[in-house]
Design a protein around this ligand. Sequence first.
Ligand code: ZN
Length: 243
Amino acid sequence: MGRVTCYRCFWPQKLCWCDSITPMPTRTKFVLLMHPKEFKREKANTGRLAHLCLPNSEIQMGMGFDDNEIVQRQIADPEYHSVLLYPGLEAHNLSSKDPLPSELTRKPLQVFIIDATWSGARKMLRISPTLQRLPRIMFIPTAPSRYVIKHQPQQGCLSTLESMHELLTVLEKSGLDTYSLPEQLHSIFDRMQKFQMDCASDSTLGGYRRQAYGKTSDRKPFRGKSGSRRRYLKIWPNPPEAS
Ligand SMILES: [Zn+2]
């Protein structure tokens, strides 16, 4: 059975998101650096849905970005102060009460966001020294993940879309931007998740699972091998040390 796909949101045309999304203009520019595996995940790709809501955002797919001319031009763009969203001691924590460093306030920010698992993100950073050199920002999430479908390995782990919501929230609180529709990203996220759960409970559909999804609160953190699937955006506030 063929299906017609919307090539903007990559969902089947019948479920296309595009008409239900209200674009949110931002002073900040967001560049999602997407691991090829994330890029292929189509329906579970929350980064792409966030991108559709944010007209001042772009997606660049790849592993290393030092040879990516578009990304290099973006990093050098004098209109923006470029930063990398990546937690760690050297990152400016936007959730803290610390005064903003002056370079964060002089120009609009261009935030590069790696959309990958932790191990994927570390590798992407390792092979992209131009990204390593960017000043870093981070935040502390205010709410646990709403994700029911993909088990979150530990508290404080967020999907890309949820991370974008948290980031926009702290940018607004810091006076660096305005966040016009704070409900929108979550409602899109909930709708996406409901669709996936409906598929999982219907044995005639492709996503059927014999065991229903458990409640988020019943989760136990993953250990061992599955830990390598952790997504770096979700690990706050104590990310593993880079190896
Ligand atoms: Zn669409």
